[in-house]
Structure formats: C-alpha cells, structure tokens
Ligand binder design. Structure first.
Ligand code: FAD
Length: 496
C-alpha cells in the first residue's frame, strides 16, 4: 500500500532496539509520553507511516504513571485534561486510543511489557529530561524493534554538535543550520489521510480486561476523581485546563492581543503579555512547530525573509516584527538551548555541570556572611522578609506558574539566602519541580542554572554571588510594574 503520510526525518529517529519489524505481530505501538498531542508530532507521524507501510493497525497508548517524581493532583489533572482532549480527537480516526492511568506503581510497566509482546514496532517519544517521562522511567527492555522520535523543537537534537555555553553561541549556530530544517515540519494531522486497518475488537477487549483503559477517569474533573491514586493530594489542580484545545486558545489570544506588546512589556508582571504556553509545551499539548507556523502565517512570513549575515545578533534574523523576533528568541533560541544542553550533557542537573569560573567564584564566597538564611520550609511557605519574593512564591504555589522576570529574582534570592550554591540548587529544583506546571523540563534546568551563572558572563564582584549576576527586589520593583501583582499575591493564606 502506498504510504500517504511521510516518515519523520531520519535525523529525528533513534533506534533503541535495532531489530527488523516483527511482521507477524498484531499492531504498531505508539507510546505517547511526552508529545501528548495528535498533530505536529513527528513520533505519531512515524508511527502512522509505519502502520501504513506494514499495513498494520496503530495502537496509541497514552500513559500517566504515578511513579514520576512529584506526581500530584496538580500535575495529574493537567495531564488528564490533555488525555480527554486526545480521546476526543482520536475518536473514529484510523488509530485506536488507549489512555492508561496507573493506579498502583508498576502497573504501567506490566501493561507495556504485555503490549510489547504483540507489537511489530514500538515508537516512543525522545524527550531529554532528568526525570524521564513515560516508559523510559518504567525501564522496559523491549525485544522488539523500537524507535524513539524527537519532536521537541524546530532544530533536531541530533543535529546539534555540542552543548552551547551561551544563547549567543547557540543563536549563531541556529542562524547557520536551522533554515534547512524549517522546510520539513511535522504533519499537522498525520492521521488525516492515513488508511489503516483497524485493531480487531477482540484484541482490544482482551487487553482491556487485563488492563482497563482509563476513559472514566480522564473525563472526570470532580474533586474525588484523583483521591484513590497514590499521588500527592496536598497540591491542588492549577486554575487552568490542560490539553491541545486550551493551548490553541491561548496561542490565538497571544497572537491576537499580546504579541504586539511582547518586546516592550514582557518583563512586566502586571501587564501579563507573555503567551502562558510553557505548561502546554512541557506536557507536549502544543508543539513549537505549530506555534511557529501560526506566527508565520499571521505575519505572512516565508524563509526568504531570513537574514543570512546576522552573526548571532538577536534582532533582524527572522525578518519579522521586533515583537515576533523577541518572542522567537525565547521560543526557539532559549528554549532549544536548554533542550540541547539536557540532551547532550548527562550531568545537566548536577551542580558540577556549571562552568569552572562559576563554581570557583561561588565557592570562594561560600563563607560570606548571610544576613538572611532560610531553610526549604520557609521558602516553601513564603516566609521570607521580602514581600515581592513571597508574592512570587505564592503565585507558584497557588497557580503553578511564576512570571519569568520574578522567576529570575526568585532563583537569585534563593542563592543569596541559602547556606551555599549546592543547597540553593536543591531548594530551587524541589520547589520548581513540585509546584510549577512547566517544571521537570529541560528549561527548569536552564532557568535554575542560569540563576547560578550558566549561560551568563561574569559580572562585577558582589558578596555571596561573587562574579555571578545578582538581582534585587528594590531594583526589580523600580524597573518593572509589580503593584497589582503584589496585591494579588498578598499574604492571604491559601486562598486566591
Ligand atoms: C528560576 C527559573 C526557573 C525556570 N523554570 C522553568 C521551567 O520549569 N520550565 C520552563 O519551561 N521554563 C522555565 N523557566 C523559563 C521561563 O521562566 C519560562 O519558560 C517562561 O516564564 C514561561 O512563560 P511563557 O510561556 O508565558 O513564556 P513566553 O515569554 O510566552 O515564551 C514562549 C516560550 O518560550 C520559552 N521560554 C521563554 N522564556 C524562556 C527562558 N528564559 N528559557 C527557556 N525557555 C524560555 C518557553 O517555552 C515559553 O513558553 C525558568 C526560569 C527561571 C529563571
């Protein structure tokens, strides 16, 4: 049968088990664990392509494990919203959708082991992280052809030769090497034209009897829905809805009403002009390719507007409005800088991965007197002397987000008010990954390690910081508007 959906580019596919497809087996298995979406997803596209090519049914298993560190009502609810969305999108399509929420640790591994026995080929998501999501965390060792596919960003991770030390150096690399990859984006809807055989009901019934799919749970937004799961119930769902539909609504709102103010006002917490897309990008509910495509469409962009002689400069590369260029610098340069670092450096989450000059300067100031010193609990409960810092922490705890500019201040102050840089690192990781919807992401490391000096240059000497850039709440309050933010997140206990 002629394949109408093209395969993913070879550079995005990594063989995890290099065996020929088991042609007598029952289906192609796509394990959706990081790119939790039905379009603009190279991994799903590759699975559709293989199903067409081998004339096999496609089974899409979306997993939600309770073994992931920091599993909580907040993170589960957001993921389940996305699963409900995917169930709607895959209804009556060429693939069979199988949402599976683990009710006890170890169940998902058993399900995957069982499915692997029946799969011709397994396709999975290649996501660089310090907490590997989905099946990587479950440590299955398949004895069947298995491919991990990279649908993380515009630049294939395998095409990046090194972990770049700065955004400038990475931007220079991108300016030279990204254009060729822009012409092969993932299919917006890879199942659209795919003619696939359906998975026999008998097979689905057998699997379902042993491992019931979680259709009931993903559609249930009641408070009690999550109560029987072995996850942290003390962190409530965030006041937003996960999933591709919500992500697209946010993207439209951003492009229509916020983008034009982005370059000028993105640092102002009171103005709230950023996209708010990072949780959706983290859970894979939206792809940076789709965001890029919608932005290009809105600004009638084409690759001939790229400027070839730009040499690492931020402005003027894309040939777009200054606001769009500023946004793409975050979405592409900064976001993918962090993904590349986490992909290429196994030690990305460890203190030792900081540049030598950073460690030397921080350690030479480790004995500096610290007028303020707080343990994790005081930080967590927003019990510092600084109202702006406390407000930022309350936003994180209540809403699962922090405005980027205050997030920088938040991290810098944890460095200043902890016993040393290692303690500061562990406090930042703990709080960010426990509470932030976009936590546990390569960019959690980028942001946190940026506060400690990664991707930055030396600055004039300061107590405690040494030559690492410092920040102060007074300066922040002078530079950007925070009055409304302060009153919104004033100390009112746990209430909103
Ligand atoms: C201490 C600290 C911790 C951070 N932890 C995280 C985290 O856990 N997860 C996370 O995604 N980002 C993290 N960041 C980066 C940044 O704060 C968020 O990406 C940004 O605030 C998300 O808001 P937005 O979607 O409205 O961004 P927008 O301004 O609309 O930008 C669009 C997208 O670009 C990317 N982006 C924006 N700023 C950055 C940046 N500085 N570095 C890398 N990518 C960026 C994000 O994917 C974002 O969604 C952290 C920064 C700091 C200083």
């Amino acid at each position: 049968m002629a394949a109408s959906t093209l395969p993913a580019p070879a550079i995005r596919c990594r063989e995890l088990c290099d065996l020929p497809p088991a042609e007598s087996a029952d289906f192609i298995l796509y394990i959706m664990s990081a790119f939790r979406r039905t379009g603009w997803n190279f991994a799903l596209q590759q699975a559709v392509y293989l199903a067409q090519d081998l004339n096999k049914p496609l089974l899409v298993v979306e997993l939600l494990s309770c073994s992931m560190p920091f599993s909580s009502n907040r993170l589960h609810r957001f993921t389940l919203d996305g699963m409900a969305d995917n169930a709607r999108r895959l209804k009556n399509r060429g693939a069979r959708y199988y949402p599976y929420v683990e009710r006890q640790k170890g169940q998902a591994a058993k399900l995957l082991g069982r499915l692997a026995q029946k799969a011709c080929v397994i396709v999975s998501d290649d996501f660089p992280n310090y907490y590997a999501p989905g099946e990587q965390a479950l440590n299955i060792q398949p004895r069947v052809s298995t491919i991990a596919v990279d649908s993380n960003g515009l630049m294939p991770l395998n095409a990046i030769p090194q972990a770049y030390p700065s955004a400038y150096a990475f931007r220079r690399f991108l300016q030279k090497h990204l254009p060729v990859h822009l012409v092969s984006p993932p299919h917006p809807d890879p199942l659209k034209d795919a003619a696939l055989p359906m998975l026999p009901d008998r097979l689905f019934r057998d699997l379902s009897e042993e491992f019931p799919p979680s259709f009931d749970l993903i559609g249930d937004r009641s408070d009690s829905a999550l109560s029987s799961l072995p996850i942290d119930h003390s962190i409530p769902p965030a006041p937003c809805t996960g999933g591709t539909t919500s992500a697209r609504l946010r993207l439209t709102r951003f492009l229509d009403h916020r983008l034009e103010m982005y370059a000028q006002y993105r640092n102002h917490p009171d103005l709230d002009v950023t996209s708010g897309l990072s949780p959706y990008l983290h859970f894979g509910h939206i792809s940076s390719h789709e965001i890029f495509f919608r932005l290009s469409e809105a600004q009638q962009w084409s690759p001939d507007r790229l400027s070839p002689e730009i040499r690492g400069r931020r402005e003027g590369w894309w040939g777009l409005s200054p606001a769009a260029e500023a946004f793409l610098d975050q979405l592409v340069t900064w976001r993918e800088l962090g993904y590349a670092f986490a992909f290429l450096r196994e030690d990305a989450a460890r203190y030792e991965s900081l540049p030598d000059w950073v460690r030397q300067t921080l350690e030479s100031h480790e004995q500096d007197p610290r007028p303020w010193l707080y343990p994790l609990e005081d930080f967590e409960q927003a019990r510092t002397h600084d109202p702006l810092w406390n407000a930022a922490q309350r936003q994180l705890v209540r809403e699962g987000i922090i405005h980027n500019y205050l997030r920088m201040l938040w991290g810098k102050k944890i460095l200043e008010w902890s016993a040393g840089p290692r303690q500061a690192l562990s406090i930042m990781l703990e709080l960010n990954d426990r509470y932030a919807l976009d936590g546990r992401n390569p960019n959690s490391l980028s942001g946190i390690f940026w506060c400690l000096g990664r991707f930055d240059r030396p600055w004039p000497q300061r107590p405690i910081y040494g030559r690492v850039r410092s920040m102060s709440s007074d300066n922040t309050a002078r530079k950007v508007s925070v009055e409304k933010f302060l009153s919104r997140f004033a100390n009112r206990g746990a209430k909103k």
